[in-house]
Design a protein around this ligand. Structure first.
Ligand code: ATP
Length: 418
């Protein structure tokens, strides 16, 4: 089955509001095997909405519309749908009295204008709205099921879940889409694609077909595997086999196969090994310690994070000899190593990290351009240091530095275990 999702509301054509409802609707349609083929955002304009719905009726099995069911003149969804279907609308007394009661409970007399929310196109079935005034509407027209839901996400979500469970799941033929998100860092997108393309190509035509999407996001690459199967068990088996093939090809570049973020993977590794960590950051200004502490329960392993931005603070806080900074420069592997060792010594944490670099836009030199970052990780008997060259603005350099540091920590800790 193919679906079209329409978000109605002029505010979503401005830079201030985005349509998030369609993400939720897509996710739930996918789980019952319905493909979303088109999404649209349309302003509060009956003519434009009418044209859009008329076009979608020619091909879609399901049209989900959210928003525009409120009481005011610019809430036009019902009118547009009635117009396309050529049906009239009548006031549903039961709906109006329910709305009146909701107002009465708050001690308010229902404004007359709210009667509009009781207008129901002929042939429509009501969908209960436990969290608001406007009911949703379910309308069948030829092969197409139309679902009209209010815009506020907290009203729309439980209503759409009920629609999927009670009405759509049985129509969709029983197959569902099941996802797995594989996360990779330390490799480029083209390199990953060249490695995995020959592997995922044949998955399309196997018994449980799997489609693959590559997404490059800040400092990492995600492979989204989507299996189409009759049930979760069959999908799980096919996805496990696919993930195994990818692990064989990409090895330790894969840091998670279940969507976990890098900071969570590092946290898990520290926790499993019963180790503590302390960080000394310069150019990242505490971003690494912030990301480490984003994980609930990180107090089990996070001991201390310091920001030593000036050379003087590197010397006074971490005990790095001024002569070392003088000789190699603040952004150098010897200084990164001294920062990692220094914070470890100062805190007696099991693992230390040092990050020093040039986030830009100023401060670069021909030998050390903007984006040069030296990172060291240090644990008993194991010390690693690397110099990276990152690109992008200040924020990107900072983020990629924290990402690279987390990845070095993960590899130092040997995680995930093969
Ligand atoms: P109401 O009865 O509350 O007026 P409605 O169906 O008329 O419901 P809208 O007025 O279109 O809904 O939207 C109400 C609010 O819901 C918007 O201000 C916005 O915050 C949110 N909203 C609407 N559509 C979306 C969407 N597609 N994604 C995310 N939020 C949305």
């Amino acid at each position: 089955m193919n679906a079209c999702i329409i978000a109605v509301g002029s505010e979503m054509l401005t830079p201030f509001r985005v349509d998030t409802n369609s993400l939720f609707v897509t996710e739930h349609l996918n789980t019952i095997g319905v493909d979303v083929r088109m999404k649209a955002v349309v302003g509060d304009d009956v003519a434009e909405l009418t044209a859009l719905v008329r076009g979608a009726l020619e091909w879609a099995d399901v049209i989900v519309m959210t928003g525009g069911l409120g009481p005011t003149e610019d809430d036009i969804t019902r009118d547009a749908v009635a117009r396309v279907l050529g049906v009239s609308m009548s006031e549903n007394e039961a709906v109006v009295s329910r709305i009146r009661e909701r107002f009465a409970k708050r001690g308010i007399t229902m404004p007359e204008i709210n009667r509009r929310q009781g207008m129901v196109p002929d042939g429509a079935t009501l969908v209960e709205n436990p969290n608001g005034t406007a009911p949703g509407l379910w309308i069948e027209h030829g092969r197409t099921a139309m679902v009209l839901l209010p815009g506020p996400p907290r009203e729309m979500k439980p209503m759409f879940e009920a629609i999927v469970r009670d009405r759509l799941a049985s129509r969709s033929g029983g197959e569902g889409l099941f996802r797995r998100v594989i996360k990779i860092t330390g490799r480029t997108e083209s390199d990953v694609d060249a490695t995995v393309q020959p592997i995922y190509g044949p998955w399309q035509s196997q018994d449980v077909p799997i489609s693959t999407t590559i997404l490059a996001v800040l400092g990492q690459i995600e492979l989204h595997l989507t299996a189409r199967a009759a049930d979760r068990v069959a999908a799980g088996r096919a996805l496990d086999a696919a993930v195994g093939e990818l692990q064989g090809a990409l090895g330790e570049a894969i840091y998670s196969v279940d969507g976990l973020g890098l900071e969570a993977v590092v946290g898990q590794a520290l926790r499993d090994r019963g180790l503590t960590i302390a960080t000394a950051e310069s150019c990242t200004g505490g971003l690494l310690s912030s990301r480490l502490t984003d994980i609930p329960g990180s107090s089990a392993y996070m001991q201390q994070g310091v920001v030593c931005y000036s050379n003087e603070s590197k010397t006074s806080w971490l005990g790095i000899p001024a002569a070392l900074i003088e000789e190699y420069g603040a952004v150098s592997e010897p200084v990164a190593k001294a920062m990692a060792a220094g914070i470890r010594a100062k805190t007696s944490a099991d693992v230390g990290v040092g990050i020093t670099g040039i986030a830009g836009p100023g401060g670069g030199t021909p030998e050390k351009p903007v984006g040069t970052v030296a990172i060291a990780v240090s644990a008993a008997g194991d010390e690693r240091v690397r110099t990276f060259q990152f690109f992008g603005g200040r924020e990107l350099v900072k983020f990629q530095s924290s990402q690279a540091a987390l990845n070095m920590l993960r590899l130092l800790l040997g995680y995930p275990r093969s």
